[in-house]
Design a binder for this molecule. Structure first.
Ligand code: C2E
Ligand code: CA
Ligand code: CA
Ligand code: CA
Length: 279
């Protein structure tokens, strides 16, 4: 802000201004992204740490913007959360992931769990239970193969309602997982109240494991506590062999990260699923 002869003029630095303009444009264009078929999913493999086989995929949302190229979900998911578009986008992604599972199955590929990320707003405002139930029936997919990754912040927004929805989803047979564990406020005392099956350790811990014995001890403790509560544990963001080894030593069940594979397009993920040597 600058004073000019008494009048107060607000202006932005060029960088800030550019950012604001981009954000406003993205927000505007996001409204039509679904119908223009600009959204798509990539699938990142999760590996069974003890046995080494493919354990599942995590579906990750992408937006192929007509002029900006592929925009990161880290940029547009918060915008969609704010303006409510996350509800139709979330519906689209649940449908798309389940249809993809059905089409892999129809192609004779092995059945594999697929995880979908649900934002707080979709969870609380949309009809997730109805949607998931309808889609699983329609596609004839076994409910346990659909995994929903929820963040801790979700249950902070409306704890009672979140808990009720989680129980309904669990009753459908869907697998529930807490994402980014360790970055929020949740404690094991709190987790104990939730009807969940899995815990996903945030990549920041995995990152520090090789160099920090404290980080190793923390991961070890998380895995032991989770197992005592009959939760399976997944580690995300595994980028190197030493990290994978350190994780395996903690007894962690599954791992995901660039060390194993980057997120893949549906077609590439399909070939990853196909038995026999990759070509
Ligand atoms: P997230 O759920 O924690 O997803 C993991 C992120 O880590 C993904 O980023 C993935 O590509 C990235 N990643 C995987 N392996 C590695 C690795 O070895 N090293 C590093 N540094 N990163 C790795 P992405 O796809 O950019 O997604 C970022 C975030 O955007 C996600 O974090 C999630 O919070 C959100 N997001 C992505 N897809 C969806 C979606 O379909 N719905 C909602 N609500 N949020 C989504
Ligand atoms: Ca996730
Ligand atoms: Ca995560
Ligand atoms: Ca994350």
């Amino acid at each position: 802000a600058k004073e000019t002869g008494g009048a107060r003029i607000q202006y932005f630095a060029p960088g800030q201004r550019r950012e604001l303009v981009r954000r406003m444009a993205l927000e505007h264009q996001l409204h039509r992204a679904i119908e223009r078929e600009e959204l798509f999913l990539q699938y990142q493999p999760k590996i069974d740490l003890q046995g080494g086989s493919l354990a599942g995929f995590e579906a990750l949302l992408r937006w192929r913007h007509p002029t900006h190229g592929v925009v990161s979900p880290e940029e547009f998911v918060p915008i969609a959360e704010e303006n409510g578009l996350i509800v139709p986008i979330g519906d689209w992604l649940v449908r798309t992931a389940i249809k993809q599972m059905a089409s892999w199955h129809a192609a004779g590929l092995p059945e594999i769990p697929v995880a979908v990320n649900l934002s707080a707003r979709q969870f609380l405002q949309g009809d997730v239970v109805g949607l998931v139930d309808e889609m699983l029936r329609e596609a004839k997919i076994a409910p346990h193969l659909l995994e929903l990754e929820l963040t801790e912040s979700l249950s902070m927004a409306d704890p009672e309602r979140s808990l009720a929805i989680m129980r309904e989803l669990r009753a459908l047979g869907v697998t529930l997982s807490i994402d980014d564990f360790g970055t929020g406020y949740s404690s094991f005392a709190y987790l104990k109240r939730l009807p969940i099956d899995k815990l996903k350790i945030d990549k920041s811990f995995v990152n520090d494991m090789v160099h920090s014995s404290d980080a190793r001890a923390i991961v070890q403790a998380i895995v032991a506590m989770a197992h005592s509560m009959h939760l399976r544990v997944v580690a995300e963001g595994v980028e190197s062999a030493p990290q994978a080894l350190a994780l395996r030593e903690t007894g962690c069940d599954q791992a995901q990260g660039y060390y194993y594979s980057r997120p893949l397009d549906a077609r590439e993920a399909g070939s990853f699923l196909a038995p026999g040597p990759a070509s």
